[in-house]
Write a protein that binds this ligand. Sequence first.
Ligand code: PGA
Length: 230
Amino acid sequence: MQIVSCVDYADMSRKAARIIAAQVQLKPQCVLGLATGSTPVGTYKELIRFHRNEELDFSNVTTVNLDEYYGLGPEHEQSYRYFMQHNLFNYVNIPPENTHVPDGLTRDVARTCAEYDNLVASLGGTDIQLVGIGDNGHIAFNEPSAVFVADTHLVDFFASEADVPRQAITMGMRSIFSAKLILLLASGPNKASAIAGMLKGPIDPQLPASILHLHPNVMVIAVKEALALV
Ligand code: PGA
């Protein structure tokens, strides 16, 4: 794993966006695996800036997102489809039909999950997969568990201890691992313990990000406080 230490969030965002922009320039029909959450927002802002100021062209790019809340449709402000529209897709020239987020309103979860993995495979995998990491070491909605799950699947999770269980559809490890390059972004001292655990190993499904040791090309781009325990 390559580790890139950044002075602050803006620095992390610029570094990640430059790598993605270079991929789009070198291979205009590339496949980008995208993530939601607070961490990649700055990266998407930079990509929008590249599109506006430097004519970075997304017209042949295809995207596949990691996950979606089960039960939320694209118009719901908490859905990840909504997040992607409002943080990136609406502001670059990517054709809407080239953007893929799991269908949170599906009535046939098993089929939706299988079709999502088939989609990623039919695209030849992703060229770059952007991922965040949870305080607990999760990757997308692959939460600490007894086993790693390969397929796209439905998960139960608790947003907080007092919360009722909620559900999400998440890529499993096979589609995440289809990436030629996995870019893991982390910012904030709350990520330091998960990052240290991931880098130190062992590979343990109780720390899902630890499986990234098995991927040949992972770059961790992290603000220095997230690397404080490394
Ligand atoms: P965050 O979430 O970007 O909002 O910190 C990352 C994650 O939980 O994967």
